[in-house]
Design a protein around this ligand. Structure first.
Ligand code: ITT
Length: 192
């Protein structure tokens, strides 16, 4: 089994990605490796943040690792919240407040097109590789469902009538932004 560090403190993400990677890979978190501080995410883009997080870990641990950064990009809001998705409404990761603010900003807006975009930065044997995953969809008029996390209760992926929060973890992973990016990561890791 290959051990690899995943630079996240988000337990939902960790379980989604572990399910996608399967039994051949054992994920370690920064905390498992004794890194307890928040890893900085101060770049202006998703690519920049993913890269900043993976380099932060690699510089300290010198071990193979990856990080992802995800944003919800809403067409009518000029791509916002985008890279600010975690701190849209407040300084913290307040999912409920973020969803309330998004609904408020979308009041009366007809164009509800949106997409989730994930960028993964992998550093393996000292070299960085980037993988991207996108899922297109729309913003619902109100929240539905209690699975998943973040903006899931408001996001309806194309080809479906329900939100990500109304899907099982497997259903979401099969079509999600993170699922698609991780599939590319897995294909790359298995080809080595
Ligand atoms: P780490 O940085 O510790 O990995 P995070 O929660 O900050 O965790 P991101 O920066 O990648 O994760 O994501 C920013 C925000 O985007 C996150 O706080 C959620 O609100 C939202 N988000 C990310 N992935 C999502 C998903 O699969 N479904 C719904 N919302 C998601």
């Amino acid at each position: 089994m290959t051990e690899i560090i995943f630079a996240t403190n988000n337990a939902h993400k960790l379980s989604e990605v572990q399910a996608l990677l399967g039994d051949n890979f054992h994920l370690l978190t920064p905390r498992d490796c004794g890194i307890t501080e928040d890893i900085p995410e101060t770049a202006a883009t998703l690519d920049g943040n993913a890269s900043q997080k993976s380099h932060y870990l690699y510089d300290r641990m010198g071990k193979n690792c990856f990080a992802d950064d995800t944003g919800l990009e809403v067409e009518a809001l000029g791509g916002e919240p985008g890279v600010h998705s975690a701190r849209y409404a407040t300084d913290g990761h307040d999912f409920a407040a973020n969803n309330r603010l998004l609904l408020k900003n979308m009041e009366g807006v007809k164009n509800r097109r949106a997409r989730f975009r994930t960028v993964i930065s992998l550093i393996i044997d000292g070299e960085e590789h980037l993988f991207e995953g996108i899922v297109e969809g729309r913003i619902a008029e109100s929240e539905s469902g209690c699975e998943g996390f973040g903006y899931d209760p408001l996001f309806i992926p194309d080809g479906h009538d329900c939100t990500f929060a109304e899907m099982s973890a497997d259903e979401k992973n099969a079509i999600s932004h993170r699922g698609r990016a991780v599939q590319k990561l897995v294909t790359f890791l298995k080809s080595r």
